[in-house]
Design a protein around this ligand. Structure first.
Ligand SMILES: [Zn+2]
Length: 485
């Protein structure tokens, strides 16, 4: 069984691809082996990846074994959490597949023979896994993963424990690179450097004769953090916004980015450990509103609420929560008037359009180009006045009309100054985003209003007259669409 396991991978290590057999020195008929049959799930309780649901037969079956060189076999048994059984099964399948493609062919001919794209993808995956294992064997203090990037294999090294090693990057004195490196050291984050000379002191990784680094990405270990910003912090009901995100830190301070409401609102901040007022930037991204029905814009009311608060200088407090521990990040004043000037206008326009949309049932859809919001409709202020008439502070309405005979009721209303039920009707059309809507008939009514002429003083049939209609105490005007096209 052990023999078959080894034969199925042509006596190569399933992990790192090293051959496991050789001729025993000083003999003509003996061989030495550095191969071992390792258990995928342990043979005995307490062993690595032990599965108590397995039967004894399953434990000793060939399906539960993987052929590996002595080093790799030790690695998977002594660092049991480094590999899941499913991963080992995958590695084993890869190794057997590779042995199959190689059998009967001279060395190196296996790759050109790969024509189907699935076979190529598979070969690349095999290479990446074996390369990761090979690097981890070099320095087991690191988790290594290898993936194929456009320019070649990309290595990702992640220290499992504090490693006393120095990563040496030669920047050739270029200012931009030195600055970027310094910033990375101070606040952590992500750094991408191209064409650097890279080496490691204190670890056998990155031997310069082996690795020609073209592109270097360094990431300091990000931690999940929730940053909470309280707007109008002194008020009885501050507005709390939680930003889940990632924080990194360096020797001087930290860097955080987080977002909320489906990434529509993002916060990025850099804070120095020595300073208690963090500097942060809010960024609004309303792209997800593109082409959406105006009446159902995601997070519209929350967005509007936030922006309304930012329309004046407001006290803010920043707290952060990491692993259920809350800490203060200081406070300050945030003045969003200037930074979000355009956004304030934009939101006001949207709010008006949403009112018209709801009132006239227009079925408006957000344009693909938000510039259209500012340009593409006529003056809608008057329409908004009409739609909002029930909320108006001013109880008076001014109208012009041409009296038709006989106009006795109007005479009487003016003469008596007694409140009466009024109903006015108006035909409206509007143009929004280049499309015409209407005509709608809008009825404006008030249960009790007093009519006063502005001029002329005498009512004559066929002569236009201007009137003031004032809602009597306790009454309001209201508007509704009485007929639509
Ligand atoms: Zn090996």
């Amino acid at each position: 069984m052990k023999q078959t396991l080894a034969e199925r991978v042509n006596f190569h290590c399933s992990m790192c691809d090293a051959p496991t057999l050789g001729p025993k020195t000083g003999t003509n008929d003996k061989r030495f082996s550095v191969g071992k049959a390792a258990h995928i799930k342990a043979a005995a309780p307490g062993g690595p990846r032990y599965d108590k649901s397995q039967t004894a037969a399953e434990r000793s079956a060939i399906e539960n074994g993987i052929w590996a060189c002595a080093t790799c076999a030790d690695l998977i048994d002594r660092d049991p959490d480094a590999y899941e059984p499913t991963e080992l099964l995958l590695i084993k399948a890869d190794a057997e597949w590779l042995a199959g493609t190689r059998a009967g062919r001279p060395p190196g001919s296996d790759l050109p023979a790969l024509q189907a794209s699935t076979a190529i993808t598979r070969a690349v995956a095999v290479f990446c896994r074996q390369e990761a294992v090979r690097q981890e064997r070099r320095d087991p203090r690191f988790n290594v993963s290898v993936s194929m990037a456009k320019s070649g294999p990309m290595y990702e090294f992640c220290a499992k424990e504090p490693v006393d090693a120095r990563f040496v990057i030669r920047t050739r004195g270029r200012r931009r690179e030195t600055d970027a490196l310094r910033d990375f050291m101070q606040y952590g984050g992500e750094l991408v450097l191209e064409g650097m000379e890279v080496g490691m002191e204190g670890s056998p990784l990155f031997p310069s004769e082996d690795v020609a680094t073209k592109r270097l990405e360094i990431t300091s270990h990000p931690r999940p953090i929730i940053m909470t910003v309280a707007l109008d912090a002194g008020a009885s009901v501050p507005l709390y916004i939680d930003f889940p995100g990632q924080a990194t830190h360096g020797n001087k301070g930290f860097r955080f980015t987080g977002s909320t409401m489906g990434s529509m609102l993002t916060i990025s901040m850099i804070g120095d450990f020595s300073v208690s007022s963090p500097d942060f930037k809010l960024n609004f991204d309303l792209k997800s509103w593109e082409r959406k029905p105006m009446g159902r814009l995601p997070h519209f009311s929350k967005m509007r609420q936030i922006l309304q608060m930012l329309d004046r200088p407001v006290p803010v407090e920043v707290k952060c929560t990491h692993e259920d521990v809350e800490s203060d990040f200081g406070s300050g004043i945030l003045d969003g008037r200037e930074p979000f000037r355009l956004l304030h206008t934009f939101m006001a326009e949207i709010e008006d359009l949403r009112k018209l949309d709801a009132f006239f049932d227009l079925g408006l859809v957000m344009p693909a180009d938000f510039e259209d919001i500012f340009h593409d409709q006529g003056d809608i202020t008057q329409l908004i006045g009409l739609v909002d008439i029930d909320k108006a502070d001013d109880p008076t309405v001014e109208v012009s009309l041409v009296p038709e005979e006989p106009s006795v009721p109007l005479h009487e209303l003016i003469a008596s100054q007694k409140p009466a039920a009024i109903r006015l009707s108006q035909e409206l059309t509007m143009r929004i985003f280049g499309r015409a809507y209407g005509p709608f008939e809008v009825e404006v009514t008030c249960p009790a209003a007093v009519v006063t002429p502005i001029g002329p003083a005498n009512i004559e049939v066929g002569v236009p007259i201007r009137l003031t209609l004032r809602a009597a105490e306790g009454n309001r005007w209201s508007a509704r669409v009485s007929s639509r096209p």
